[in-house]
Design a protein around this ligand. Structure first.
Ligand code: GDP
Length: 364
């Protein structure tokens, strides 16, 4: 529409004002207010997860990691519904000290499994320290460059909230959701320091320990407990002029393993060398893992281990929730510090204090 400018009136000789163009709208007409994240009913979550919808799977895992009771309620219902479709995967725990090459190896293992063995892989992590270190060091997509671009891989960093028990429980529940979404291979990564190995061991079919050669103190450095848990030990970085050292380390681990009794699976763990970075020996490592799976499926240990794990998690879950209920109870929260002080002042013994707190909890 042509606009009238008073400056164009004949009285303003010598001054004309161009018509100009209409200024564009301030608001982009193509812009739609970002829709609020869609929320689903538990049945809808389950249906989408079953269809392999990764976005919905991620959302369900987020709910499951949430502390909000209403999120927990939905998540628990989704887990219940997905349970019937879970269990059909091979669950593998992967541990190693920082720098052992876990992320490099998981990247290489994952690409091998997806492309050579047509698997769908979910990579989860248990890292109870992540809350302290602000930002998980495990299960981080940027550490697994190739896998993170794979449509058949789902990578999820460690849940960060809470105790090891809480973090581990959430990871175990995430396994159920991933299996229902069609992932037939689950990795659970953990860092080889501390208690988290036990938690991972309690939720996997095969526990793989990644070791390093060339530190010169292989045997001294062995954490007996972790070695006893391992179903396979692999020495990484067997490449370049490190090959001899890697072979030597492998021989030392083999000798050390001979000192341990045969594990209840009846399978004596193999020690192998490989290079995650140069992708050498990867196939052999996985041949050995699947050999173990076949072996234990045949001798019944596979089911036995899963059943024991289900039992373990039932009791763990009871313990965890009882503990939370106790500490979150207002009457306990009010008195606990005071009682602690009495113990520190030697006014009362630790046991007496514990008994009084429990009496208070049960009788209030
Ligand atoms: P993580 O801390 O256990 O996850 O270890 P990373 O995967 O981050 O690896 C630690 C370092 O070792 C990185 O600099 C890698 O490039 C290197 N690395 C990992 N795997 C290999 C390997 O097979 N050979 C060699 N030479 N280096 C490797």
């Amino acid at each position: 529409m042509k606009q009238h400018h008073p400056e164009n009136d004949p009285q303003y000789k010598g001054l004309t004002v161009n018509e100009g163009v209409a200024s564009p709208p301030v608001v982009n007409p193509y812009w739609h207010a970002r829709r609020k994240r869609q929320t689903f009913s538990p049945a809808e979550y389950t249906e989408q997860i079953r269809k392999g919808n990764i976005t919905v799977l991620s959302q369900a895992v987020t709910l499951l990691e949430s502390q909000l009771p209403e999120h927990q309620a939905i998540a628990q219902e989704v887990i219940e519904k997905c349970l019937a479709y879970s269990g059909h995967s091979v669950r593998i725990g992967i541990t190693g000290v920082p720098g052992a090459g876990k992320s490099t190896s998981i990247d290489a293992f994952g690409m091998h499994l997806i492309h050579e063995r047509q698997k769908k892989l979910a990579v989860l992590a248990i890292d109870p320290s992540s809350e302290r270190s602000k930002g998980s060091i495990l299960g981080d997509k940027t550490r697994m460059e190739e896998l993170s671009r794979e449509p058949n891989a789902f990578i999820r960093p460690s849940p960060s909230a809470g105790s090891l028990g809480g973090v581990a429980r959430k990871t175990r529940e995430t396994i159920i959701l991933c299996e229902a979404a069609g992932f037939d291979t689950i990795f659970v990564e953990t860092v080889g320091v501390g208690q988290s190995e036990t938690a991972v061991h309690s939720m996997v079919d095969f526990f793989l320990l990644i070791q390093l050669a060339g530190t010169g103190d292989e045997l001294q450095g062995i954490k007996r407990g972790i070695m006893e848990m391992a179903d396979g030990i692999v020495v990484n970085k067997a490449d370049g002029n490190n090959i001899d050292k890697a072979n030597l380390a492998a021989a030392q681990y083999r000798n050390a393993l001979h000192l341990f009794p045969l594990p209840p699976s009846g399978w004596s763990p193999k020690v192998m060398t490989y290079s995650g970075y140069y992708k050498l020996g990867i196939r052999e490592v996985w041949d050995s893992v699947y050999e173990y799976i076949d072996y234990t499926k045949q001798n019944g240990y596979f089911d036995f281990r899963r059943n024991s794990q289900s039992k373990y998690w039932m009791y763990e879950s009871i313990n965890e929730q009882l503990k939370n209920h106790f500490y979150q109870s207002p009457v306990i929260a009010k008195t606990l510090v005071q009682k602690e002080q009495q113990v520190l002042n030697s006014e009362i013994s630790s046991f007496q204090a514990a008994k009084q707190m429990l009496d208070l909890y049960f009788n209030h």
